[in-house]
Write a protein that binds this ligand. Structure first.
Ligand code: ADP
Length: 536
């Protein structure tokens, strides 16, 4: 039986219609790779998106077809999102930092029809063009090509209507092992996710906000911000360049109040601040996610008077799974306790459900100590990877296994302790590589650290800590061990600390632990008295 309410399919074009109608004059600022700045507005984005929709139809892009981008953050990229989705297509944001082999695989697997790309990625296009089998049209965002293409259209266009469960966007997980996998978002999932994001307990966005998302538009649906920003009708500031000088200048000139990005971008910002004495003056809320935010980073931002939202999620979860915000008793906590709380990954918004299970698939209590595999379900969580013959990737009750190891606290706060493949298994107990790394980064003179499990004849595995020193620092292994001893259990202390020039990263800036494990597979720890076990 139907109720008495109107039909209103939750489709993405409704977001841009709303932004155009209610916040049409609010600005979208873009800082380009050539150092120039341009300004448009939500009305301008909507107008150009309609023109692009018309242009894509002329290129014979059909409903459901994939329109790919290989681009940084700027207004034309935003036009591409809304234009491709508005004409019934699926926007496929490709991560240009992936390896060639993955770039070829992804575009072919997605059967992309059109590729819109930044001029800086012309070498990638030239290199891979002959291997991309489905792309029929290449359009460069710069060099006037894109502008001329849409200038030929009149913008008199009605968005394609249809059911809310239709797909609108495709993102591939970077896949540190095996082939990347596609996650196909739907109009409905994207709209509900974006509605959730603007809430005070999440990103806290409204029309008075000025947001500079550092998270690239090609990473995990840009954390949903292009959609949430349209709902809020906020001012958007985009930079096609990820340089702290540019970012800090833009933040101050445009009076940026909100920003979001992975931990490494804030490390670069801190270095800039230390070198110049400058800082972003107007920032109120910073969201950090993608990997665990180190305590020292959270503390420094909080001391600047900035609220830090520590978020956890993955491409498979659109990506917001949990995010921290001040709880009811926040003001009663002292500063250290507040930082402790922000170091954890926050709580679920309505819609998302979490549970932790042990190796026997038994659901664990929310006691803050029982750790196990983190599982998630909800309206914006994956059911099946794109064109995956293996079928659904969830269990009978719709739980998706995240590959993360976590504990749930009684208040509902979730704390990631590791990725299941990264935990160090020592004598039947688990050592969190992430906690070791974060503790190490808190030691003066340490720029970056990676902890991996190395075979040990007695304990199965023991931790090896690889450390990159800060420039000019002479920090020693003993200094680091002393520091660590104050932060982790004694049996967690690394058996050995090695100093390295740099550490390998994935295309999304995370430590590439698989490569490190491979490299140090036969490393003989100084503590191993017996010869290492025979390789399996
Ligand atoms: P990829 O596997 O390609 O890196 P994602 O970008 O989707 O894919 O990364 C998701 C993973 O990143 C999560 O499963 C988790 O391991 C890690 N992650 C994300 N946010 C956090 C966080 N705040 N703390 C710890 N780990 C995080």
């Amino acid at each position: 039986m139907f109720g008495g309410m109107q039909d209103y399919e939750l489709r993405v074009p409704r977001l841009i219609d709303h932004a155009e109608r209610e916040h049409g004059g609010r600005e979208i600022v873009s800082y380009w790779a050539d150092g120039t700045t341009t300004r448009t507005s939500w009305a301008g984005i909507a107008r150009d998106a309609r023109k692009l929709a018309q242009a894509l139809e002329k290129l014979r892009v059909k409903r459901g077809d994939r329109v790919a981008t290989l681009a940084m953050n700027h207004s034309r990229h935003l036009v591409a999102w809304y234009g491709a989705i508005g004409m019934g297509g699926v926007i496929h944001t490709i991560n240009p930092r992936l390896f060639d082999e993955q770039l070829v695989y992804i575009a072919n697997h997605a059967e992309d029809k059109v590729l819109l790309y930044d001029k800086v990625f012309q070498p990638i296009v030239d290199r891979l063009r002959t291997q991309w089998t489905s792309i029929e049209h290449y359009v460069c965002f710069d060099d006037r090509q894109f502008e001329e293409m849409i200038a030929r259209e009149d913008g008199n266009y009605a968005w394609v209507e249809g059911p809310e469960r239709e797909p609108c966007m495709l993102c591939y997980t970077s896949g540190t092992t095996g082939n990347p996998k596609g996650v196909l978002y739907e109009h409905r999932s994207s709209v509900i996710h974006a509605l959730t994001e603007i809430s005070p307990a999440c990103f806290d966005l409204s029309t008075s906000s000025v947001a500079l998302p550092i998270v690239p538009m090609f990473h995990a649906a840009a954390w949903g911000l292009p959609f949430a920003s349209a709902i809020a009708g906020l001012k958007l500031v985009y930079s096609a360049v990820n340089d702290p000088t540019v970012l800090c200048t833009l933040m101050n000139e445009e009076k940026v109040t909100h920003s979001a990005g992975v931990p490494t971008v804030w490390l670069a910002m801190f270095q800039y601040m230390d070198a110049t004495g400058k800082k972003p003056e107007h920032l109120k809320i910073v969201t950090i996610g993608g990997s665990a935010a180190p305590r020292a980073m959270i503390e420094r931002l909080m001391r600047m008077g900035i609220r830090v939202g520590h978020a956890w999620g993955m491409t498979e979860t659109s990506p917001i799974g949990t995010i921290g915000s001040p709880p009811a008793h926040w003001d009663e906590l002292d500063f250290d306790a507040q930082v402790d709380l922000v170091c954890k990954q926050g709580r679920v918004p309505f819609g998302v459900e979490l549970r932790v299970v042990n190796d026997d698939d038994e659901v664990q209590p929310r006691d803050g100590v029982s750790s196990g595999r983190l599982q998630i379900r909800g309206p914006w969580v994956i059911k099946r990877y794109f064109q995956d013959a293996a079928g659904d990737c969830i269990d009978r009750d719709a739980w998706f296994d995240t590959g993360d190891v976590a504990v749930l606290h009684p208040c509902g706060t979730m704390q990631i302790t590791d990725r299941s493949k990264d935990v160090i298994k020592s004598g039947g107990e688990w050592i969190s590589s992430v906690e070791l790394e974060n503790a190490a980064v808190g030691c003066a003179g340490v720029a970056e650290a990676a902890a991996i499990g190395v075979r040990h004849p007695k304990w199965d595995e023991r931790p090896l800590l690889l450390v990159v020193r800060k420039e000019g620092s002479e920090v020693t292994a003993d200094d680091i061990q002393t520091h660590l001893a104050n932060h982790v259990a004694k049996w967690w202390l690394p058996d050995e600390i090695l100093f390295v020039e740099s550490l390998p990263h994935t295309a999304t800036g995370k430590l590439l632990k698989t490569a490190l494990r491979e490299q140090y597979r036969d490393h003989q720890l100084a503590t191993a008295t017996a010869p290492p076990l025979a390789q399996a």
